[in-house]
Design a binder for this molecule. Structure first.
Ligand SMILES: Nc1ncnc2c1ncn2[C@@H]1O[C@H](COP(=O)(O)OP(=O)(O)O)[C@@H](O)[C@H]1O
Ligand SMILES: [Mg+2]
Length: 288
């Protein structure tokens, strides 16, 4: 019988990394179970990429422990490299190659790669094999990223900011990629600075700021949570703000009152809580 015990894919304990005098990672700890989608969520400069690159074996840590599938990534063992897939934001390979060539190349380092044609079919690019990578649309590039991550059939996939700077269509394709990986039972470590993305994709999230984990848990449990909108407008020269779970009802009421009084709500805005709001919330919580 298969044991129901959780199996660990990644262990990071008190991880530290400096670029000269710049301490980018200042004691990060987290664990990822096999089959989990785990997110490192944080603003630019938080230390996400540095952490991921240490786990991929591309950077040396200056302190702490790191274990990936039971290996020390710093030693870059071939056995480990053959079990991980890496998707960088840039795609990181020859833009002039055809899609099929790209997938074939990506499969080379692995002991038992999937068939390239089958891999392209899996991600919905079966009819794009002879197209040059540089001629793909943004959404098709995301599908290709999935193909590159899948062709080696790795158990663990690293995705560094998989949607930063994408238009909505490309973002949807990238989200599909991650969900597909999860369906296939892969372990995924992704980084993002979009709260919404972490909420949509991750089983658990560690919020990273200034090289430290400031909170960790299922995304719904962090900060203001999934509910909550901020409605604001300008009044007598200053900004008025309200938080509400039901912006439809709230807006109907305040705009109704304003119209009845012959007032205008200047610069009226509705927005979701930002990552900054989550940080503020967490910092306040920590101070309580
Ligand atoms: N090659 C580098 N040389 C010097 N400093 C760097 C280098 N790469 C990143 N940093 C610094 O390390 C910190 C963390 O960067 P990074 O890990 O890229 O964060 P993130 O991926 O969360 O944006 C930042 O202050 C950044 O400026
Ligand atoms: Mg980064």
């Amino acid at each position: 019988m298969v044991s129901a015990m959780r199996e660990r894919a990644i262990l990071v304990r008190d991880l530290r990394m400096s670029y000269g005098p710049v301490e980018a990672v200042r004691g990060i700890s987290f664990e990822v179970d096999k089959g989990e989608v785990f997110g490192l969520l944080g603003p630019n400069g938080a230390g996400k990429t540095s952490t991921v690159e240490i786990l991929e074996g591309y950077r040396r840590r200056t302190g702490g422990e790191a274990s990936v599938l039971g290996f020390d990534p710093a030693a870059r063992p071939r056995e480990l490299r053959q079990q991980i897939g890496i998707v960088t934001q840039e795609g990181g390979f020859y833009p002039r190659a055809t899609v099929r060539e790209g997938v074939e190349l990506a499969g080379l380092p692995y002991p038992s790669p999937r068939d390239p044609g089958e891999t392209l079919e899996l991600v919905g690019l079966a009819d794009r094999g002879e197209v040059r990578v540089q001629d793909l649309s943004g959404g098709q590039r995301r599908r290709l990223d999935l193909a590159l991550a899948l062709v080696g059939d790795p158990g663990l996939v690293f995705l560094d900011e998989p949607t930063t700077g994408f238009d909505p269509a490309a973002r949807r394709a990238a989200w599909e990629v991650v969900r597909k990986l999860a369906e296939l039972g892969k372990t995924v470590l992704l980084t993002t600075h979009y709260l919404e993305e972490a909420q949509a994709l991750c089983d658990r999230v560690a919020i990273v700021k200034d090289g430290l984990v400031v909170a960790e848990g299922p995304p719904g449990s962090l900060g203001p949570g999934t509910a909550g909108y901020r409605v604001s407008w300008r009044e007598n020269g200053s900004r008025v703000e309200h938080l509400t779970d039901d912006p439809t009802e709230f807006l109907n009421r305040v705009t109704g009152e304003a119209l009845a009084d012959g007032r205008t709500l200047e610069e009226l805005q509705v927005s979701r809580p930002s990552l900054e709001d989550v940080y503020l919330d967490l910092t306040e919580e920590a101070a309580r």
